[in-house]
Design a protein around this ligand. Structure first.
Ligand code: ADP
Length: 449
């Protein structure tokens, strides 16, 4: 058993991990930048270490500072949360070189899945269905034009190193292919340090469905059904639910089994998410995230399990605490990502939270690190909280969400809460009938929110 875990993150996810540690009797170490000295994760952890100035590159992303913090405090393992260094294979390597344990998969699995071309090739070989597209990287504009012509427009050009919705460009006809190709390449190079791109058929009416998997690192793995994250803005999720309103049990078991077998086949360890686009009853793999997802609580709600606890157990070398047959869905869960942003422009709105009141009651979970008087620093991601509701069915979950939103108070800053109030009144959201393009289109025609 680990005695002490360091959490290489901040905000709500750092709190999430601290909570799991406390319940397991494990001491927690928070790290923070000078801008986060008063942050809730620092207050809640058993110990804390300042690891640098506000800029993420000099604090939360500084591998030497994080390793020093482990050495100073005697932490034996590091939980990366999501974002920051959570999918950095080099970080995992350095941790292991120092005789510490990374709570997550191996450096090699992170490397494979972090390069989208290699990830796609690996998944295809493991029997996972993929979006039709180029075989590997595309070097020249002539090659890109030829592939797009053979496949038919629209196509999407993606940087193999891309992430967070960046490094992707759609070409609807041969008129845009040159610009799409060179923009994706230059964004890949400038943002991710790698200009290599590949081409995929651009699906026009898909939903985003992702499968949660969990491996023990020794050839056993299970799936925990799907999450539907089709409500997106700029390829970023804003509202997620489990199960999906469009996936039936037979389909769930079929794709879930394919995914569990794929990760078992590579001896994958810990939590992972295999992301698909889903169109006309078919799944198309787009990428695998080798970490805990922001939206993991909806899966926890419907299965009644603690995914962070399970991550820690697997890192300790213990077997999975559930078998596939133990995993039975109970009800429906929905999550709203609340950002410190002013709608409808979604302009970041850092500042001081004058008043915060979290909703409560049956089936309501609020994961947030804000408090009365908390000053949201301008340096980091604008996510300030996640409201998760759980109920017997989707209709009741929507009613519970509306009720919980009516109780939630965040004063002093602008947030994306008005968006959710408005969304809950839309017929498409109520019926669950939308594709990944719906929200953007709706926002264009509803500037009043
Ligand atoms: P990232 O790593 O930046 O999150 P992904 O490959 O996961 O990139 O894609 C993010 C989002 O971009 C998807 O959820 C979807 O909205 C859109 N997208 C990606 N590939 C395609 C495609 N082939 N067709 C249509 N939309 C796509």
């Amino acid at each position: 058993m680990f005695n002490k875990i360091l959490i290489a993150n901040r905000g709500e996810i750092a709190l999430r991990v601290i909570r799991a540690c406390r319940e397991m009797g494990i001491k927690s170490v928070a790290v923070h930048s000078t801008a986060d000295s008063d942050a809730m994760h620092v207050r809640m952890a058993d110990e804390s270490v300042c690891i640098g100035p506000p800029a993420g590159s000099e604090s939360y992303l500084s591998i030497p500072n994080l390793i020093s913090a482990c050495e100073i405090t005697g932490a034996e393992a590091i939980h990366p949360g999501y974002g920051f260094l959570s999918e950095n294979a080099n970080f995992v390597q350095v941790i292991e070189d120092h005789g510490l344990k990374f709570i997550g998969p191996t450096a090699e699995h992170i490397r494979i899945m972090g390069d989208k071309i290699t990830a796609k090739e690996t998944m295809r070989n493991l029997g996972v269905p993929c979006v039709p597209g180029s075989e590997g990287g595309v070097e020249t504009i002539e090659e890109a034009r030829q592939i797009a012509e053979d496949m038919g427009y629209p196509v999407i050009i993606k940087a193999t190193a891309g992430g967070g919705g960046r490094g992707m460009k759609v070409a609807t006809s041969e008129d845009d292919i040159d610009v799409a190709f060179s923009t994706a390449r230059s964004e890949g190079k400038s943002v991710f340090g790698n200009p290599e791109v590949y081409i995929e058929k651009y699906l026009t009416l898909p939903r985003h469905i992702e499968i949660q998997v969990f491996g023990d690192g020794k050839g056993k793995a299970v799936h925990l059904g799907e999450r539907d994250c089709s409500l997106q803005r700029r390829h970023q999720k804003v509202f997620e639910e489990a199960p999906s309103p469009v996936i039936d049990e037979a389909t769930r078991q079929r794709i879930g089994k394919t995914c569990a077998e794929a990760v078992a086949g590579i001896n994958y360890a810990g939590a992972g998410t295999i992301e698909f686009l889903f169109e006309n009853g078919e799944f198309y793999f787009i990428e695998m995230n080798t970490r805990l997802q922001v939206e993991h609580p909806v899966t926890e709600a419907i299965f009644g399990i603690d995914l962070v606890r399970e991550q820690i157990r697997v890192a300790e070398g213990l077997p999975l605490s559930f078998a596939q047959d133990d995993l039975v869905i109970n009800g429906h869960a929905i999550e709203c990502r609340i950002n410190a942003e002013k709608v409808p422009e979604f302009r970041p709105s850092p500042g001081t939270v004058l008043q915060y009141h979290a909703p409560g009651g049956l089936g309501v979970r609020m994961d947030s690190a804000i408090y009365d008087g908390y000053k949201i620093p301008p340096y980091y991601d604008s996510l300030i909280g996640k409201l998760i509701v759980h109920a017997a069915d989707r209709r009741t979950a929507l009613a519970r969400l509306e009720r919980a939103l009516s109780e939630l108070v965040i004063d002093g800053i602008d947030t994306t809460l008005p968006l959710f109030d408005a969304l809950l009144r839309q017929e498409e959201v109520i019926s669950g009938d939308y594709t990944i393009l719906w929200l953007e289109k709706w926002l264009e025609t509803n500037p009043e929110i």
